[in-house]
Ligand binder design. Structure first.
Ligand code: ADP
Ligand code: ASP
Ligand code: MG
Length: 440
């Protein structure tokens, strides 16, 4: 069995849905198709939730009306027969009635998650109507019945495995399954999600749960590029990456993959392929345990980073100092991305300001605390990169003009990270493209 995940742009137009139907029906192996919401939908749903949270019901009503009009026009081109049109319109009626009812309920976190789930529910149901109109046998698998997270928001792979195989068991005769990416149930049994871009994570979790032969991530670009194509003009696809390399790139900002989407596939040794829906014959990127070559493969950047420096003469020759500092971050469940130390100071970075005030307050007894917001981490990734000759010369030589706040080298053999002011990120990515990849 294999998994094919299609992102928002890949399902965002009626003709694209027609096209992916032709891609998935070419498969000879039984396949689970994981769909995102149509592009723009989750952003609109976030806006509706924010409007309701602010008490701006009129704003929410307007966004709902615009979104509904978009879906009405989408289905008018998606399906043709009266029966399919009626079915698709009924689906839209149901989901938009739900959104309208929500306008009358007082806002809560749980309600906002219900709103966010509508996108994937709509895309999968509409795709199913189209497949049925085409006479393509398939089964809709409701993700809310098998995709679960625990009270720490961690996916429960064991239980996902059991529940998903029970569902598949009921449809032994079927070869094509459609399910929602992104959405799940939390420990309280409420509707929740795997965070923005989470459909990649769903696909990898499902692939791990069924021990799939491959997990294909179909998107709007031909694989992982050597640099961020949204910022740098000339970028090229990387043909092969190891799980470690891909995980570092995803975690450090390569938007093509959700930050956590590699570990499930890695744990179960399932090859991940990044493919382009618009160019299905392009090679894309193959991600396996094998890195294919050593040296620099790609750079990525992660935004909204906060650097915290704790300076204390008591740190000198002291043990236990770092433990006390780490305990503060643990208490507020805030992961540290980068860390550098000297005899009298330690600098760490975090990517969430949710508990920043509390964290600072608890760190202050240990020494003076300085905070720099608006930073970016630039990560240079490649197999055994730290052993690659000349790497430091090429890296720093490419960005001699840039002030660097922190450097992390040697933590992982596959990554060198720099902390820089966010305002200089674009320029650095461009200079690295020239200096490290010879691309202009
Ligand atoms: P989907 O909706 O299919 O999940 P995303 O927008 O989440 O697609 O991810 C694909 C996008 O990721 C690309 O269009 C590209 O702009 C962006 N991206 C950022 N960094 C990279 C990279 N290193 N390689 C490829 N794409 C990247
Ligand atoms: N629809 C969700 C989002 O836009 C999940 C995804 O596309 O992966 O974040
Ligand atoms: Mg995505």
């Amino acid at each position: 069995m294999k998994v094919m995940k299609f992102g928002g742009t890949s399902v965002g137009r009626p003709e694209r849905m027609h096209h992916i139907a032709s891609l998935v029906t070419k498969e000879t192996e039984p396949t689970i198709v994981v769909l995102s919401a149509l592009s723009g939908t989750t952003n609109a749903l976030v806006e509706i939730g924010n409007n309701i949270a602010r008490g701006d019901r009129e704003g929410a009503r307007e966004t709902i009306a615009k979104l509904e009009a978009h879906y009405r026009s989408f289905v008018s081109e998606l399906v043709k027969s009266d029966e399919a049109v009626a079915k698709a319109q009924q689906i839209i009626d149901d989901h938009f009635e739900f959104l309208t009812i929500i306008l009358r309920i007082s806002f809560s976190e749980a309600l906002s998650k219900d709103i966010l789930a509508q996108g994937e529910l709509l895309s999968t149901k509409l795709f199913s109507v189209y497949l049925a109109e085409q006479g393509i046998p398939h089964t809709l698998l409701p993700a809310l019945e098998f995709m679960t997270i625990d009270s720490y928001d961690e996916p429960q792979i064991g239980s996902i495995k059991v529940k998903l195989s029970q569902q598949l068991e009921q449809h032994k005769d079927k070869k094509l399954f459609i399910t929602q990416g992104y959405i799940c149930r939390n420990a309280k049994g409420e509707v929740d999600n795997l965070k923005r871009g989470g459909s990649d994570y769903s696909a990898s979790l499902i692939a791990a749960a069924i021990n799939a032969s491959a997990c294909e991530i179909w998107t709007d670009i031909d694989g992982m590029h050597n640099n961020d194509p949204r910022i740098v003009k000339k970028t090229v696809p990387v043909e092969q990456l190891s799980f470690e390399e891909a995980a570092e790139l995803a975690y450090f900002g390569a938007k093509i993959l959700h930050p956590a989407s590699i570990w499930p596939a890695q744990q179960y040794s399932i090859p991940v392929k990044l493919l382009n829906t618009m160019q299905p014959d392009a090679k894309g990127t193959l991600i396996t345990a094998n890195a294919a070559s050593v040296g620099v493969k790609a750079v990525a950047a992660k935004d909204n980073i906060i650097a915290i420096r704790i300076k204390s003469s008591r740190m000198l020759l002291a043990y236990g100092f770092l433990r006390k500092i780490f305990e503060v971050f643990e208490k507020y469940r805030t992961p540290i991305d980068m860390i550098t130390t000297s005899e009298v100071a330690v600098s760490v970075t975090i990517d969430s300001s949710a508990f920043l005030k509390d964290i600072i307050k608890e760190l202050e007894p240990f020494g003076s605390v300085e905070v720099d917001e608006g930073q970016s981490i630039i990560s240079v990734v490649g197999n055994e990169i730290s052993q690659t000759s000349d790497i430091i010369k090429r890296l720093f030589g490419s960005i001699l003009n840039i002030p660097i706040r922190m450097v992390s080298y040697g933590g992982s053999p596959h990554n060198i990270s720099l902390l820089v002011p966010a305002a200089q990120k674009d320029q650095i990515l461009q200079q690295l493209n020239k200096g490290m990849f010879g691309l202009e």
